[in-house]
Write a protein that binds this ligand. Structure first.
Ligand code: PMV
Length: 357
């Protein structure tokens, strides 16, 4: 048992309940890559919570007299059994923490704001939205739960569905994993950065250039797996710890040069791990590199603090302050759109976290 204080009781009489939550996607600035069971990160990570890229999930809880938990999952209006294995393992993992769940049948309906196959991972926003619905039911049964514990446990449950989902509950910046600069940092759940975040970062822009909208050749789970016995793993985990400590200081001071240096280092380091694992793989595409070169040239010529980060895929996230929105938008439209699949990209920005709808 990871943390007995997260276990609630099964003693309440079952009641019908329906709730709907919207949870955002997040983009890591310090990357989580490598884990141990059950979804415990090998290094701390830090991310921007997004605003428009969200999953909305409604859960209808019906008391089930047979005391056998069951669920149906609908995605964008259609019954979808493809997600059942992932959902089954999620529920198996979290059931001991929310034992009341055994007395219910669930109808789960979910939809994403971003296009279906866009190469944007939806597991973080999806697992966070579902966990918040479960916590809302828990709050119905145990109304005394404190607000802070509600969000902490939602992040804890979300983490058991998909590691990075722990960071999709709060905003605008969250930290997950034990680290050297935050006494309360935990591997079990993510927490919000705090009030000392420099204001430039609470309105930061993220434009997602859709370079490859297809399914990734190697999934995140396989990638995490390959960090076991990776020749550079130990060094990578140390590097991430240092980068996180430096970035936390930078995100208080607002030093944008320092910010860009760490964010780009992290993106390239993540992809370096992929290229040097056994078996090795490359998720970047030629257009990913074209975009990076263009971004560096533009930054040199204009001194505008535009930088990039990468997820576990070919898409490029462009990060920049809100005050540079207009000129960066013009640059993207003029010079980068040709490197995007079907010319597609999405404007997003830092958001405040999940909400009930
Ligand atoms: O949450 P997972 O298991 O899909 O892993 C996410 C891994 C990265 O997106 C590449 C990095 C991160 O910290 O979000």
């Amino acid at each position: 048992m990871e943390n007995p204080s997260f276990i609630s009781s099964a003693d309440q009489a079952a009641v019908p309940f329906k709730t709907k939550w919207q949870a955002p996607s997040n983009i890591a600035l310090v990357k989580y890559w490598g884990k141990t069971e059950p979804q415990l990160p090998k290094n701390p990570s830090l991310s921007f919570t997004l605003s428009s890229s969200v999953t909305t999930t409604e859960v209808d809880f019906s008391p089930n007299n047979r005391e056998t938990f069951e669920f149906e999952f609908y995605f964008e209006g259609a019954l979808k059994a493809d997600f059942n294995p992932k959902l089954n393992s999620f529920f198996d993992r979290i059931k001991s923490y929310i034992p009341w769940l055994n007395s219910y049948s669930l109808r789960i309906s979910s939809q994403n704001s971003f296009p279906h196959s866009s190469g944007i991972a939806s597991s973080a926003s999806a697992m966070a939205a579902l966990s918040l619905c479960l916590m809302d039911m828990e709050r119905k049964l145990f109304p005394e739960i404190a607000e802070v514990d509600f969000y902490k446990k939602a992040s804890f449950l979300a983490r058991l569905g998909s590691g990075s989902a722990a960071r999709s509950v709060e905003g605008p910046v969250t930290l997950w994993g034990k680290n050297s600069v935050q006494k309360t940092g935990s591997d079990l759940y993510a927490t919000a950065f705090g009030t000392d975040l420099n204001p430039v970062f609470s309105s930061y822009q993220d434009t997602i250039l859709l370079v490859d909208k297809g399914t990734k050749a190697v999934s995140s789970s396989q990638g995490h797996q390959l960090m076991h016995n990776h020749p550079f793993a130990t060094q990578r985990f140390i590097q991430a710890g240092h980068n996180l400590a430096d970035l936390v200081a930078i995100m208080k001071s607002g030093d944008l040069d320092g910010f860009m240096r760490i964010v780009e280092t992290e993106a390239l380091s993540l992809h370096t791990m992929m290229m040097t694992s056994n078996p090795y793989f490359i998720l970047m595409q030629p257009n990913t590199l074209e975009i990076i070169q263009k971004v560096w040239k533009y930054r040199k010529e204009t001194q505008i603090p535009l930088c990039f980060t990468l997820d576990a895929g070919a898409n490029v996230h462009l990060l920049y302050p809100q005050k540079n929105k207009e000129e960066v938008g013009a640059f993207i439209a003029a010079e980068l759109v040709s490197f995007c699949e079907q010319g597609q990209y999405l404007f997003d920005e830092v958001g405040t976290g999940a909400k009930k709808v």
